[in-house]
Design a protein around this ligand. Sequence first.
Ligand code: 5GP
Ligand code: MN
Length: 338
Amino acid sequence: MNTAEILELKKILSKPKKVIIVPHKNPDGDAMGSTLSLCHYLKKLGHSATVITPNNYPEFLKWIPGTKDVLIHEENTTATEALISQADLIFTLDFNAIHRCGAMATPIENASAIKVMIDHHQMPEQYATYVYSDVSMCSTSQMVYHFIEMMGDLKLIDRAIGEGIYTGIMTDTASFRFPLTTSTTHRVIAHLIDLGVEKSHIHNAVYDTNSFGRLKLMGCALNNLKYLEEFHTTYISLTNKELDAHDFQKGDTEGLVNYGLSLKGARFAVIFIEHKEESIIKVSFRSKGDFDVNTFARTYFNGGGHKNAAGGRSKLNLEDTIAKFISILSEYKSELNS
Ligand code: 5GP
Ligand code: MN
């Protein structure tokens, strides 16, 4: 987003507006942190702002300030679609392909509102008038901080805004360790801590609220771990039956794929999760170094994301999806061994 565009947005936002803020479907820590922080900021500017999520999101994110005012499209379709059609502005955060907000895609496309995208994924689609896209950013939440900074409103960032931004940065960087965590990221975090954001409280709220079922599901996932040594690749699978047996709740499989990547020598880690309701296999990809999982997910699994973290889906059954995956891997043998 250039200075001229920021000035235009500042002008648009100089009068009270009706604003809707939307994260991707199955929102994660970055999606919820960034949308709720932007919402607080816009409310502080005097706008009427509402976060509408496509569907429900994990319990471990439901403490972020502003959560109680979030509307869920899937659970409140008529009312949320009325808000979307009446909005002056729609901000879409933490995604850049409109299909990623599920059933909200059509109402958003049909809305007359000015659309603003803030996102850090590769290859943005062109559905927004104002696009702030930066693939060098570790998280959309850090971009919300920089957006507020570009608007000249850094002094408006308070603890409530800071808690959402902290949560998004923390979850998308796996606690400040992924490669896109920069010195700027740490300076942003330092500022948030100076504003009173309590880091230990946030780490506990997000990571130390495991249910007994989730811990047992982790055991099941690790038990299913396979290592394809010749490809430096690990994969985990979880069937619908296994999810049911461990009282699966939204968010329980979050981060499991990273265990596969922690194996000494692993460069590529994948998890296949059976989603009975949607009749698909949800696939998550993680890599270390140069192996580009965004391209891999885009080419073979109808997905995308970042170079080292991406997602996708398959309409084949679990067994056939894994067989397809293994057969594709042979093409990448030299790349995964280089
Ligand atoms: P996850 O594996 O945690 O679902 O997603 C990893 C990363 O890839 C996240 O940044 C997520 O937003 C992105 N991602 C997941 N699924 C898709 C998809 O189907 N399309 C695109 N473009 N990105 C995805
Ligand atoms: Mn993100």
